[in-house]
Design a binder for this molecule. Structure first.
Ligand SMILES: [Zn+2]
Length: 497
């Protein structure tokens, strides 16, 4: 990739946590975000892009910053358990179980695989505001490193998320004035207010308008410095949302069915034979112990065995559960709903995708595989079509506007992670998978594979014509627009134009 006339010298990356595509688009069209419309969308484009599964803050940031799926990076959820490394927690050792909520969030950057660059590695100087992927950012330029735990706790318990956003804007403007080449700014308040109130609550709408004003001021600063024309501005979101009316209590269901279940905060439970690690809270990983030794819970339990155990039939009875997905003995991914079963198979070219070693050795790129999909009964993914030997891009195109966008590749990628559950559950719109211990109680949900959670806005001040864009494509696309070369690094995305 050589220099082109589109080469940008600066990059400002704005993530509005939890902004769904449809809401963002409506706000632009109704004139509610005049600065973003005038300075970004009208000069470039607003695309409907696809996030990743699980569609939640943390895992869904990996595609943007590293061009990798969460499954490739072996960070497949906000919480996970590693069956091969699990032991009951003790004070001195990480027990192979993790939640990035609260203080443990500090582990997030260190859990990412080594040897892969992040966006920060391509620019200097850089600034980071609230984003959890800090690798490659000099600590002194991680502007919120000291205050983030504090203000997040403050915001969480006092609901003063406006203040948290205002601080983000202040840092953003300061970094722009300082002339930083890459500024990453996460605005967390839309997500937080949506969980707390609902997606279209007045607090949420006001937050969007405040972000728009902050963008207006940013543009003014860039114009004053005569660098507006050479700055790439991208505004996106890590996931959409749906309002929640019903909470499904998966751990209690497993307890009552005889599979004593480990879950946050009850991770000290003795004698547990299952675990539920929820993200977002529209998805959860379920793990079943199939080893009697002290350490480790054994290998991934095949779908066939879970079926025989009665786990599958017990789960799919639950109202509001979209599907249960697992991996069969030959490595295919089985998607089960109450009324049908789908099967995702792929030409694995002799690669066993399950082992962490394969992740470390950078597994085969999805773009070199061929995917097939078939189903019996009602198609649980709602495609209603059988696919044979499609490329990753072709499956993306075919399923883009379906109820489960990019479901074939997204389910494939998540099962590449060693830390992924024996089963992955995705909730229907209106439901989540966590009834207890959620303080404050959530009124909006994300994390699932449904369109409302997966469709995200992608606004850029440079036009992108491509109709089908994954969040993993952002990394190579941005670098290409800024004149950097990413060939030679393993990534899951590709440059879109
Ligand atoms: Zn959230």
């Amino acid at each position: 990739m050589g220099s082109t006339e589109s080469d940008f010298k600066r990059f400002v990356f704005i993530i509005i946590d939890g902004a769904p595509y449809e809401i963002f688009k409506a706000l632009i069209e109704n004139g509610d975000l005049p600065n973003i419309k005038k300075h970004v969308v009208d000069r470039g484009s607003l695309n409907k892009a696809i996030s990743t599964f699980t569609s939640t803050t943390g895992p869904a940031f990996i595609p943007f910053f590293m061009g990798l799926y969460p499954g490739t990076a072996n960070v497949p959820g906000l919480r996970w358990l590693s069956k091969s490394n699990f032991q009951l927690p003790n004070r001195f050792k990480r027990p192979g179980i993790c939640s990035y909520m609260g203080l443990e969030g500090l582990h997030f950057a260190t859990d990412l695989p080594e040897g892969f660059p992040t966006l920060f590695d391509f620019f200097s100087p850089v600034s980071n505001i609230y984003n959890p992927i800090t690798r490659g950012c000099p600590p002194a330029k991680n502007l919120t490193r000291w205050i983030k735990p504090l203000v997040y706790t403050y915001g969480h318990f006092s609901y003063r998320w406006r203040f948290v956003n205002q601080l983000a804007a202040r840092y953003l403007h300061r970094a722009a004035k300082a002339g930083d080449q890459f500024i990453m700014c996460l605005f967390p308040a839309v997500d937080a207010f949506s969980h707390h109130f609902s997606m279209q609550a007045s607090e949420v709408m006001r937050t969007y308008r405040e972000i728009d004003a902050a963008i207006g001021k940013l543009v003014h600063i860039l114009q004053q410095a005569n660098t507006f024309e050479e700055t790439l501005i991208m505004i996106t979101s890590d996931h959409g949302m749906t309002d929640t009316h019903t909470h499904i209590d998966i751990p209690r269901h497993l307890d009552d069915s005889g599979w004593w279940c480990l879950h946050y905060p009850k991770i000290w439970r003795q004698g547990a034979v299952s675990a539920s690690m929820v993200s977002g809270n529209g998805m959860t990983h379920l793990y079943f112990k199939n080893s009697s030794v002290e350490t480790g819970w054994g290998e991934r339990t095949p779908f066939e065995k879970l079926y025989q155990m009665g786990v599958i039939s017990s789960l799919i009875e639950l109202e509001g559960l979209g599907f249960v997905a697992g991996q069969n003995e030959t490595g295919d991914i089985i998607v089960q709903s109450r009324t049908g079963q789908g099967k995702i198979s792929y030409d694995s070219q002799g690669t066993d995708h399950r082992t962490p070693q394969n992740v470390a050795n950078s597994i085969k790129c999805g773009d070199s595989l061929r995917f097939s999909y078939e189903f019996t009964g009602t198609d649980p993914l709602g495609y209603g079509v059988r696919y044979k030997n499609l490329s990753s891009r072709e499956t993306l195109r075919e399923t883009y506007d379906s109820p489960y966008p990019d479901g074939i590749v997204q389910l494939w990628q998540i099962f590449n992670a060693e830390r992924t559950g024996d089963l992955v559950l995705s909730a229907e719109s209106g439901y989540d998978l966590r009834a207890r211990y959620e303080i404050p109680r959530h009124h909006a949900t994300h994390g699932a594979l449904i369109a409302e959670h997966m469709h995200i806005p992608l606004a850029t001040n440079y036009p992108i014509a491509a109709q089908c864009i994954r969040s993993v494509d952002v990394f190579p696309t941005v670098l290409s627009l800024c004149g950097h070369n990413v060939s030679g690094h393993h990534i899951d995305g590709q440059v879109v134009k």
